[in-house]
Design a protein around this ligand. Structure first.
Ligand SMILES: Cc1cc2nc3c(=O)[nH]c(=O)nc-3n(C[C@H](O)[C@H](O)[C@H](O)COP(=O)(O)O)c2cc1C
Length: 198
């Protein structure tokens, strides 16, 4: 069987691309699109950094501001993730359930391991999307262009949230001149995978 026609190998390869996406800033899967629906039923999509992917837990982890509108749209709700790897010519359309965690020891560990520069954006004075009188980073003036100290970053901690996606389905599409291929894998049927029309 050719590797591109072996369903378990395809699923493992899709996860290996996601794992790489979580670990390698240069991977095109490092910045997937995360889509949600608001309380009016309107769709919202935005690019986010994929921090970690784990096949054994069927999970993805991302970071965000706890005050951002997407948190309410996503916590405990369905989520869609879209990513395309041009080198592999593979599109992944992932669906799952999102969960936002802010307080436990795992989140604390992730916060402490982030660089001070990465943590600095959580010092923003207003929730993302707040109207501003003019162009601004939203950061307090005293920290613009500077790395905060461990002490200065303390007040940012309540604004830090981790977004966990429990993956329930992966729709894999591979583009090739010899013929496109598409398969859908669902946790509900043990990730067995089914071929579908591209
Ligand atoms: C390359 C790139 C990476 C981004 N990474 C994140 C991220 O990891 N977390 C995040 O909350 N927003 C990230 N953003 C900003 C979001 O796309 C979005 O503008 C912001 O989170 C507000 O979204 P919301 O109003 O839907 O909550 C990123 C944007 C770009 C362009």
């Amino acid at each position: 069987m050719r590797p591109e026609e072996d369903l378990p190998a395809i699923l493992a390869h899709a996860w290996s691309l996601l794992v790489r996406g979580g670990a390698d800033r240069k991977s095109p899967l490092h910045t997937p699109v995360i889509a949600s629906v608001d309380e009016h039923g309107l769709p919202h999509a935005r690019v986010m950094v994929l921090r970690k992917a784990e096949q054994s837990a069927a999970s993805l982890r991302l970071h965000t501001d706890a005050r951002s509108p997407k948190v309410a749209q996503l916590d405990g709700r369905p989520v869609a993730v879209l990513a395309y790897h041009p080198g592999e010519q593979v599109q992944l359309r992932i669906t799952g359930t999102a969960r936002v965690l802010t307080d436990d020891d795992v989140v604390e560990g992730i916060w402490n391991q982030s660089t001070l520069f990465a943590r600095r954006c959580y010092l923003a004075e207003h929730p993302p999307g707040t109207p501003l009188p003019g162009p601004s980073s939203g950061l307090p003036a005293w920290i613009e262009g500077q790395q905060p100290t461990a002490e200065q970053i303390g007040p940012a901690r309540p604004n830090f949230a981790t977004l966990w996606i429990e993956v329930t389905a992966i729709d894999w599409l591979h583009l090739a001149n010899s013929g496109h291929r598409r398969a859908v894998f669902r946790s509900a049927n043990g990730w067995a995978g089914e071929w579908v029309a591209p």
